[in-house]
Design a protein around this ligand. Sequence first.
Ligand code: HEM
Length: 227
Amino acid sequence: MKWSQFFNTSIGKKLLVGATGFFLCSFVLVHLAGNLQLLKDDDGKAFNTYAAFMGHNSLIQFIAWGLKIVILLHAYVAIQLTFSNRAARPVKYAVNPGNQTSSWFSRQMAIMGSILFIFIVIHLVQFWGQFHYGQISTKTYEGVAEPLKDLYWLSYDVFKHGLFVVIYVIAMIALSFHLIHGFKSACQTFGLNHKKYNGLLSFIGIWVFGVAIPIGFAIIPVVIYFK
Ligand code: HEM
């Protein structure tokens, strides 16, 4: 069977959604670590230096374009799977705790995933689009050779609006649900199912991806708003 044929089967699509999902999990970890620098009281030196490095490094820029393709692929194939499951239910989600729960589960993944997708589009226009293609002011720091685009100021400007803070917090609730179930499902798709490691995987899925990461993202707009 050719690769293109394989990725047209239900199992091929589930593997694709799982693999792209794991890649996106690694992205949110790195993205959060970088973004937490927004909370430093250093007039944006650390965050703007980090953003300039990410924006100028060719390897990172290559991965960043790949990331956008991965987001589209993940969403497209997941929607295809949801519709084909609904039409025939030949292969259900890997986490299948019973018929009723499993249809709730797949609906929930589709709804939270869609909220996240809309959030990502708004977010990219607000930040990525402004950073790379917009008119953004620059700032000079002691010990830094060149003036840096002031993405720190842009973030503070966006999160002074309560509406955006609410949108971000709601999106992070969706992220929490999506990651808890998505991580578990992807682990099962890849057969990561062993008595010895199941406890650790479920801890990572629930506490790291389902709780710590969404809370970490959500506190950024909230703290900035009340600063
Ligand atoms: C408070 C929360 C967040 C803040 C302050 C934030 C901030 C930013 C900023 C400043 C950029 C532009 C930097 C650049 O292009 O290099 C960016 C890009 C991006 N963000 Fe966020 N972000 C947040 C949450 C999220 C979440 C939860 C997701 C996904 C679920 C996400 C997905 C992305 C993506 C895909 C990009 C484009 C990355 C790239 O092209 O390098 N962000 N974000």
